[in-house]
Design a protein around this ligand. Structure first.
Ligand code: SF4
Length: 204
């Protein structure tokens, strides 16, 4: 029997994750160099570019980047004044504001979005089953990193107090959300859920 080189395959996975994460950093850094904005501001722009509108509040940005709300507000206001962002008021709650990119910013991010399109075109060629395995792997990896306190929790099911993992093992919808009282399959796991409730320390 051929002995499997587990150590090497682990190193290859680590290398691939680091390599892919570098692409974004390099592209973002090139924009920072040509525009008069700070590295954190370009990260806000990148976040707002990727997230649904309802996730783009000052509170969410502060939580995501571990900053004070006042720091985020100053930074975002400066981006609005320079024409990089627009402020959108919530229809139902006039106290809530979201942010979206201006056309000027979308143009500047062209190369970033082109990169995402290239990724999407490659990813769509894989079977659902292959992608499901990859999603399981990355969700578990993010969860472990969260439990080790290496990353902040994304507002996703796996780190949510309402989530019961493997409630129905072996089923096509093995997980369960107590809030919506619904069984959940791996492709239904949410990563930007407005009803997310952070787990308490003892509940990890
Ligand atoms: S509340 Fe949202 S994040 Fe939490 S388990 Fe339910 S669907 Fe997932």
């Amino acid at each position: 029997m051929v002995e499997k080189n587990i150590k090497n395959i682990d190193e290859i996975i680590l290398f691939a994750i680091e390599k892919i994460s570098q692409i974004n950093k390099l592209l973002l850094w090139n924009i920072v160099k040509t525009e008069k904005i700070s590295p954190i501001q370009i990260q806000f722009i990148d976040y707002i570019n990727k997230m649904p509108l309802e996730a783009t509040t000052v509170s969410n940005l502060a939580e995501e980047f571990e900053l004070k709300k006042s720091t985020v507000s100053d930074s975002v206001n400066s981006l609005i004044n320079k024409g990089y962002l627009e402020r959108i008021q919530d229809h139902n709650d006039k106290r809530v504001f979201y942010f979206k990119l201006t056309e000027k910013t979308k143009e500047k991010l062209g190369i970033l979005n082109k990169k995402n399109d290239i990724f999407r075109n490659i990813i769509k060629n894989y079977s659902f089953e292959q992608k499901e395995e990859v999603v399981k792997f990355f969700l578990d990896l993010m969860n472990e990193l969260y439990e080790e306190k290496i990353i902040q929790p994304a507002k996703m099911c796996l780190t949510c107090n309402n989530f019961i993992k493997d409630y129905n093992p072996g089923d096509s919808k093995p997980h369960y959300c107590k809030l919506i009282n619904k069984y959940v399959s791996i492709d239904e796991i949410k990563i930007h859920c407005n009803s997310y409730t952070k787990k308490s320390e003892g509940n990890l």
